[in-house]
Design a protein around this ligand. Sequence first.
Ligand SMILES: NC(=O)c1ccc[n+]([C@@H]2O[C@H](COP(=O)([O-])OP(=O)(O)OC[C@H]3O[C@@H](n4cnc5c(N)ncnc54)[C@H](O)[C@@H]3O)[C@@H](O)[C@H]2O)c1
Ligand SMILES: [Zn+2]
Ligand SMILES: [Zn+2]
Length: 379
Amino acid sequence: MKGLVYNGPRDVRIAEVSDPRIEKETDVLVKITTTNICGSDLHMYEGRTSVEKGKVLGHENLGQVIAVGKAVERVKVGDWVCLPFNIACGFCKNCEQGMTQACLNANPGSAGAAYGYAEMGPYNGGQAELLRVPYADFNCLVLPPDAIEKQNDYVMLADIWPTGWHATELAGVKTGDSVVVYGAGPVGLLAAYSALIKGAGDVMVVDRHPDRLKLAEQIGAIPIDDTKEDPVETVMKLTKGEGADRGCECVGWQCHDHGGHEVPNDTMNKLVRSVRATGALGVVGVFMPEDPKAQDPLMKHGQIAFDFGAFFSKNLRMGSGQTPVKAYNRLLSRLIESGKAKPSFLVSHELSLEQAPDAYKHFDARENGWTKVVLKPAA
Ligand SMILES: NC(=O)c1ccc[n+]([C@@H]2O[C@H](COP(=O)([O-])OP(=O)(O)OC[C@H]3O[C@@H](n4cnc5c(N)ncnc54)[C@H](O)[C@@H]3O)[C@@H](O)[C@H]2O)c1
Ligand SMILES: [Zn+2]
Ligand SMILES: [Zn+2]
């Protein structure tokens, strides 16, 4: 089959790779009809991870089941399924608690597995024609009949919508709360969207890309362009000097200044300053345990200079980490099915698998108009 493989920094290619097969009786095979490029893929694309050459990338996957292992009971050939980016067993100590992002069996010796990702186990990704899904009865979200025409909505359940939702859960967003979101990439936009669905009051989104800020405005959030105004001062003004009730970090350690120079503590410290005393932060932007290529000397060791004194003095709380997609995907799918939510609002490009290497270039440059790329391998 054809798949998009990592070949080195800023070098991904479409290659002929061996077809995945049923390796364990609990596996299914899925023909991938829709798969996304994620901001998380860009960390690998930019050569900032240990991902190995030849790995098929892609962890935001949706398609139709074409084969099931003998031990699979629930999922049937022909089902349309969306796969959480986390691969989880369903029966380890962490999965039992709903912490599928930290499964202890899917990537032995480590907590957490995913498709097509550095350090997340030996699994290939779904930017390809076919995908092997382990522990399929547990991992597959079987989609309702409108899945075929709403693929661009349902595919957002593989990662970024649950991740945006998770940011608001970690921050404890409730009806009426004011919320500030740093980052208007796909994750930040869907964090803002989630906060609005939860009935938040003012939702403020900070970024510097006009196209992304425009989308934030279109869904009912207040865009803050940090090239034109100081985001902390603006949040203070909009919240009568108190600060937002809740804050979401949706950028990660590669956050940078306007010149592109990475300042890994920028968003975290701005969040501490933007959120009111006794508020809370949800941090879903990725921070790495080490990054030898970081420009910042602390970040080489996975550290940031965090304003912990201010964080402590303001009695703030914080939650962080990868998203347990299964905790949210079924409930969020009902909002798509009922027509109450349309997370595909951020899709800017729908392309073939062959166009993926070029799409990585544009998306990586955060070119104007490239907000979210959806690939259609089986089309
Ligand atoms: N926790 C999880 O499970 C999970 C899942 C998916 C993605 N992520 C992570 O979430 C983060 C965002 O993902 P995405 O797909 O939206 O990525 P993205 O790179 O497309 O978006 C990031 C946005 O942040 C903006 N930004 C950069 N520096 C900034 C700064 N100093 N202040 C304000 N905005 C700034 C950029 O302009 C960009 O629009 C990434 O780190 C990604 O790896 C985490
Ligand atoms: Zn993703
Ligand atoms: Zn598990």
